[in-house]
Design a protein around this ligand. Structure first.
Ligand code: AMP
Length: 455
């Protein structure tokens, strides 16, 4: 497959044979878009900010060219990679180890994450330095502070999921690591979005980096209905509760901007008797994994999440997205709303706003999103005409990112019939499943009672 003149085979990168062997072993034949675009730049030693998503093949985008250049004869750290969670770091470590084993002598890759045996890692570092260090910022810094891990020899520093790193409060630690790396350094930053708060950091360490945006094509599909509901004079939590219970969502995700807000909404909804899954950065990785599995098994009908914690979550059948507030980054709006309306199914995205959000709403409309003003009246969601907002309208002075506009499909097609049926089937399937479980539980408790009364 030809991709607009980009490299379409790994051969053209002229990697060392061990890299080609690793690729063969993995069964990778064609570089992904981000690989085709960035590998040549990374091979030239450029510092790059790659704006791309998990799932785009970004891990190999940096591992292949960087590991290709490692000098295994040298007993020193040459590449440092940070990721904001243990799982992400471990995934990168596994990908790097798969490549490393094809090199002779073998490239030494180490995974420094919390929850592992620190003393053992310290002892090993006394004897030998790894060639590639992969880990969470805290543990890597720990190893450096113990004077065990020596990073002054590194020539490349990769910060994966930089926006999530910022969101989880690890940027300070990444900054400390970066400040102890050599000045002449190839820095690669991967981030799905580039929040304002990340920019000073990028400026501090990267002089004129190449910023490459690799965006998935049109992610807000035309089958999504965008509703806009004013929160003026209303109890926001109650409004969310009503929206979740009036229309019967198959699976609804409520997005909020902060962990605190996610906590508040979750507590409120739980207080009203709904079974709600909560996903944000303060939830332990193990808990998050468990919740995710439950969500995927349709054990929850409602999920409340922050943007970044929801990253990488690919849930089928999201029928409703509720923006409890408008996100600070315009990109996030698209990512949130893009969670529904997948595979040509219809979806409803409900955005709550208050009068101070007027500018942000106009910016979203400029992307091509058409909002239908709605309100809840006598327990029903009905059309409304929002005069208030329209009279206050001023011309927005913001210059919009033209690439964002391309993400919104403009033509409003008729919603395909069949979705409702599909959802009904799915709901009936899941109800059947639930009833089965209930029956089993009942039989079990009857048996137990019998047993107890027999004893
Ligand atoms: P990542 O975005 O790095 O998490 O990668 C997403 C998935 O794509 C991983 O399972 C990779 O193993 C896989 N992958 C990466 N590059 C390629 C490629 N060129 N061809 C096929 N699969 C790939």
């Amino acid at each position: 497959m030809k991709r607009g003149g980009l490299v379409n085979t790994f051969k053209q990168f002229h990697f060392n044979p061990f890299i080609d062997e690793a690729l063969n072993d993995k069964g990778f034949e064609t570089p992904t878009e981000v690989q085709a675009k960035l590998i040549p730049l990374i091979q030239k030693g450029k510092s790059v900010v790659g704006q791309s998503q998990t799932g785009s093949g970004k891990t190999h985008t940096f591992l292949l060219p960087l590991m290709d250049k490692i000098n295994v004869e040298k007993d020193e750290t040459q590449i440092v990679v940070t990721a904001p969670s243990r799982e992400l770091a471990t995934q990168i470590f596994q990908a790097a180890s798969q490549i490393a084993k094809f090199s002779t002598p073998e490239i030494r890759v180490t995974n420094f994450v919390g929850g592992t045996d620190k003393q053992r890692q310290l002892n090993r570092l006394k004897h030998q330095q790894p060639h590639v260090v992969i880990g969470t910022p805290g543990r890597i810094l720990d190893m450096m502070n113990e004077q065990a891990l020596k990073v002054h020899t590194a020539s490349a520093f990769v910060i994966d999921e930089a926006d999530m790193t910022l969101d989880m409060g690890f940027l300070e630690e990444v900054d400390q690591i970066a400040s102890r790396l050599p000045e002449k350094l190839q820095m690669l930053v991967f981030s799905a979005t580039i929040p304002e708060k990340l920019r000073p950091f990028l400026k501090k360490y990267m002089e004129n980096p190449i910023i490459e945006e690799i965006r998935p094509k049109a992610i807000i599909s035309e089958s999504i209905d965008n509703w806009l509901i004013s929160t003026k004079g209303k109890d926001k939590n109650r409004l969310i509760y009503q929206l979740l219970t009036v229309g019967h969502p198959y699976l609804a995700i409520v997005f909020a901007n902060t962990k605190q807000r996610v906590d508040e909404i979750t507590d409120y909804l739980k207080g009203q008797g709904l079974k709600v899954a909560k996903i944000h950065g303060d939830i332990t990785p193990r808990e998050r994994k468990r919740v995710m599995r439950q969500v995927q098994n349709l054990e929850f009908q409602y999920v409340v999440a922050t943007d970044l914690a929801a990253r990488g979550i690919d849930i089928e059948g999201v029928s409703h997205v509720i923006n409890a507030e408008i996100p600070e980054e315009l990109d996030f709006f698209i990512h949130r709303v893009g969670r529904t309306g997948r595979n040509q199914l219809s979806g409803t995205a409900i955005t709550l706003y208050d009068p101070s959000d007027d500018q942000a709403i106009m910016a979203i409309e400029k992307l091509g999103v058409t909002f239908k003003p709605k309100e809840i009246k006598e327990g029903e969601i009905v059309d409304t005409y929002d005069r208030n907002r329209r009279t206050k309208r001023e011309k927005s002075k913001d210059v919009l990112d033209p690439t964002l506009i391309g993400l919104v499909k403009k033509k409003k097609k008729k919603i395909k019939p069949g979705y409702k049926k599909k959802i009904e089937w799915a709901i009936s399937d899941s109800n059947k499943q639930k009833r089965k479980v209930e029956r089993r539980q009942q039989t079990r408790s009857v048996r137990k009672n019998k047993k107890n009364s027999n004893q």
